[in-house]
Design a protein around this ligand. Structure first.
Ligand code: NDP
Length: 473
């Protein structure tokens, strides 16, 4: 009998199944299109104890009870379809694990529905792409604690390991795992956008060529910015197109696509009222990039400075601006998770989250150790920017950060994530901002009332009558 099963043998499911089998766990595999299961078995069955199955009936019959079934199919309706097909074939207490990029709202609903039917449901984030799935992903499981206990050994074994600890930890009930994975992806969007803005300034602001920029990213990867995304940026920049002999980057169309997790993160931040500016700008930047035809037409019509001629001495300032903006993006992402934890009553362990992102996943970075240390030292930290380490890091980067944004603005190089992160920082560190004026305006046109700094209560000024103030509460 197999100890666990995977249905959905596209790149993620196939690699996750191989990872599990390579760790000595007998596994049953299944795919809607049976020929893919056959292809999988032909290619990989020698790697471990696999049982290839053609039908869902055969699949569930191959599994030990209580059954543990990982569903790794396209997110959305296909997950509901697979669950509906599995349900009649399962027994009480069997466990369905949705390891795809499902929206946490769907996960909450599915858990509720399945629990009512006597089944157990784990919604688990899995990060690291195909490479991570095969060699060790970062795993973010949510659902009933006791159900997680039944997959914990397999999950912690197949996860990436950093400094002897697995990049997998129980996140919380119902949608918590998929929520955290969603924010992880949002942070990934911001991180990628910030790197793209740094590249744009190096390329078009300073005017460096691609090999020189590649060397800069290699250098940055030896310091505070050391991370998977900086590392692969250098690799992408190093690639020469076989057909044209140009750097591959110059023949790739400048339209960034999106599957939805960044957008969900931003939408959810709007719902929660969390100022998630960096990630949201990153989502909008992808939307703007998609308007390729409009941009082509506008480029010949709309006025603006022509970039170029910034001094090479700005390279290190760009590195500092990238680092400071990245701190803000993470601070905002963690703030959002804290707000969600309050809303949904999840006990999210912030330091632990940073710890399980140190390996396996796309945003793995040296800097995550500093986040874990900050939350370990100050478990009630309200904002990462307030941690002594990050206060100092941003303080020492901020002159460069401001200089880079001023230069970008003067050059007409759009740096939405750099500049919105600085705007957030400047807004956050102001004891008294300009929202008093907004309250005055709201009271003027809508009698929405305001509070005063010098006494309690709600007040309204009779703007268009005698101008006197009345207390309204
Ligand atoms: P895809 O998202 O491309 O999905 C393809 C798989 O889903 C195939 O096995 C396909 O079966 C199956 N499928 C699609 N529709 C149905 C349906 N209605 N009923 C049953 N099966 C269906 O695969 P990936 O491996 O790329 O991703 C799987 C999940 O993991 C997704 O949720 C994705 O977002 C997530 N993920 C992906 C990452 C990546 O790097 N690709 C990284 C992290 C998470 P068939 O062969 O029959 O068409």
């Amino acid at each position: 009998m197999s100890q666990i099963g995977v249905t959905g043998l596209a790149v993620m499911g196939a690699n996750l199944a191989r990872n599990i089998a390579r760790n000595g766990v007998p596994i049953a595999v299944h795919n809607r299109t049976a020929s893919k299961t056959k292809d999988f078995m032909d290619e990989f069955s020698g790697e471990g104890d696999f049982t290839g199955t053609e039908t869902l009936q055969e699949f569930v019959e191959a599994l030990e009870r209580p059954r543990r079934i990982i569903v790794m199919v396209k997110a959305g309706a296909p997950v509901d379809g697979v669950i509906a097909d599995l349900e009649p074939l399962l027994d009480k207490d069997d466990i369905i694990i949705d390891a795809g990029n499902s929206h946490y709202v769907d996960t909450r609903r599915r858990e509720e529905e399945l629990t009512a039917k006597g089944l157990r449901f784990i919604g688990s984030g899995v990060s690291g792409g195909e490479e991570g799935a095969l060699n060790g992903p970062s795993i973010m499981p949510g659902g009933p604690r006791e159900a997680y206990g039944e997959v914990e050994e397999i999950f912690t074994t197949i996860a990436a390991q950093v400094d002897g600890s697995p990049c997998c930890a129980y996140i919380g009930p119902d949608g918590a795992g998929h929520y955290v994975k969603m924010v992880h992806n949002g942070i990934e969007y911001a991180d990628m956008q910030l790197i793209a803005e740094a590249y744009d300034l190096l390329r078009h602001g300073i005017g460096l060529d691609v090999p020189a920029i590649k060397a800069i990213f290699d250098d940055w990867n030896r310091g505070d910015l050391e991370s998977f995304l900086i590392e692969i940026t250098a690799t992408v920049l190093d690639k020469v197109d076989a057909e044209t002999g140009k750097p591959l980057i110059d023949v790739i169309v400048d339209q960034a696509e999106q599957k939805g997790t960044g957008r969900w993160t931003a939408q959810d931040a709007l719902e929660l009222g969390v100022p998630l500016t960096g990630i949201t700008e990153a989502v909008f930047a992808r939307s703007l990039s998609a308007l390729r035809d409009q941009r082509r037409d506008a480029s010949g019509v709309l006025a603006g400075p022509k970039p170029g001629g910034l001094p090479e001495s700005l390279v290190d300032d760009i590195r500092a601006a990238l680092y400071a903006s990245k701190v803000v993006a993470y601070a905002q992402g963690f703030e959002q998770m804290a707000a969600a934890a309050k809303t949904y009553n999840w006990d999210l362990k912030m330091g632990e989250l940073a710890k399980i992102w140190r390996g396996g996943c796309i945003i793995r970075a040296r800097f995550l150790n500093r986040i874990t240390e900050s939350y370990d030292a100050h478990p009630d930290l309200v904002n990462l920017l307030m941690a002594p380490y990050f206060q100092d890091a941003v303080a020492s980067a901020q002159d460069a950060w401001r200089k880079v944004i001023v230069s970008a603005v003067e050059q007409g190089v759009a740096v939405p994530a750099f500049s919105s992160s600085l705007a957030y920082y400047d807004g956050y560190r102001r004891e008294r901002g300009p929202a008093n004026l907004i309250q005055g305006q709201r009271d003027f046109f809508g009698a929405h009332t305001y509070r005063r700094v010098d006494k309690d209560g709600s007040f309204h000024t009779r703007w268009s009558q005698d101008g006197t103030e009345v207390r309204t509460d």
